[in-house]
Write a protein that binds this ligand. Structure first.
Ligand SMILES: [Zn+2]
Ligand SMILES: [Zn+2]
Length: 323
């Protein structure tokens, strides 16, 4: 499809969006009730349901839990559940949320970036609301990961400190400088970005890949044990097996030290996060060279374990190794 042709999908999305914004105008928001706001099973009219489910074309936020809305009706009990940062009771929490909602819509109108940044509504919801009310100023891409992906694909310089607002601005400025897409609406522009560069690789895919790699290594260990019965193992085979155990333990740790919980301090030449395998009960003290007795530590914590072997560290690592 040529860019200049009207896109029927986008026309439909735009019509739905207009309906939402007229149903929840600024004055309506001011007097919104908890019932009208909170997501509850079987009610498709509330603000949260419509924002998340009806307005999928304006950016999909379904994969984050209901917590992002601050308050919601729990399916199992039918009672309100809410994030304690907003208040002690459902009423108290909702009055803060409603207030923040109004402030956000005002901040979007006046391009008050500081107020947008300080707003207490969860970022993913915050940015979706901004793009709903101001589709000519805010993109329907709400995640920082997607925004920085498109910046890097378009060759737009950006830094780690750039937040969603800055990344959106950069992408919009870039569009304005490209003759062939300058005239697209922001909605059309977003469709163009996803079509041209496709979706960024998802975090989920990475995790699935990780899991299967871990499974593969564990299977390899099983095969090894079947082929080399414990009693007949040569010294070389014991060492080979030990490397396999260490790989499993490091894969399981996923690049984070299991004692201090900090990311590995550097990557090795193969691009793998550098961690060391440590046996909670030392091999020298009769500990088993098995996954259930081993953890992955950063070099500092590894040294610490060998110098201090602090009993509370040992106890917590024992728990971790068992998993
Ligand atoms: Zn550490
Ligand atoms: Zn060690």
């Amino acid at each position: 499809m040529k860019i200049s042709e009207p896109n029927p999908d986008i026309m439909h999305i735009e019509a739905l969006r207009k309906e939402f914004v007229s149903d929840f105008g600024r004055d309506t928001l001011e007097n919104l009730t908890l019932e009208q706001y909170a997501m509850r099973t079987g009610d498709k009219k509330n603000f949260c349901y419509r924002l998340e489910r009806e307005q999928i074309g304006m950016g999909d936020i379904r994969n984050a839990t209901a917590q992002k809305f601050g308050i919601w009706v729990r399916k199992t009990t039918g009672e309100y559940d809410f994030t304690k940062k907003y208040g002690e009771t459902p009423e108290e929490a909702f009055s803060v949320i409603r207030d923040e909602l109004c402030k956000l819509v005002d901040a979007g109108a006046s391009d008050d970036y500081t107020a947008i940044r300080n707003n207490k509504i969860a970022p993913i919801v915050r940015f979706k609301i901004l793009s709903m009310y101001y589709p000519d100023k805010f993109l329907t891409i709400h995640s920082e990961r997607h925004l920085s992906y498109f910046c890097s694909k378009s060759g737009i310089p950006f830094s780690e400190e750039d937040d969603e607002l800055v990344l959106q601005r950069k992408l919009i400025l870039w569009k304005d400088g490209q003759a062939e897409i300058r005239d697209l609406s922001l909605l059309e522009y977003v469709a163009y970005l996803y079509e041209r560069f496709e979706d960024p690789p998802t975090v989920d895919k990475g995790l699935t890949k990780k899991k299967s790699r871990l499974r593969k290594l564990k299977d390899e260990l099983k095969v090894f044990d079947r082929q080399h019965p414990k009693k007949k193992r040569t010294e070389v085979e014991v060492a080979q097996r030990s490397v396999l155990v260490a790989s499993i333990v490091k894969e399981r740790a996923a690049g984070v030290c299991q004692l201090c919980n900090k990311p590995a301090p550097f990557y090795n030449k193969n691009g793998e996060a550098y961690l060391e395998c440590h046996h909670v009960v030392w091999i020298a003290r009769g500990g088993d060279d098995e996954v259930y007795n081993a953890v992955a530590l950063c070099p500092n914590c590894h040294r610490k374990m060998h110098v201090l072997d602090d009993s509370s560290d040992v106890a917590s690592l024992k728990e971790i190794a068992k998993q």
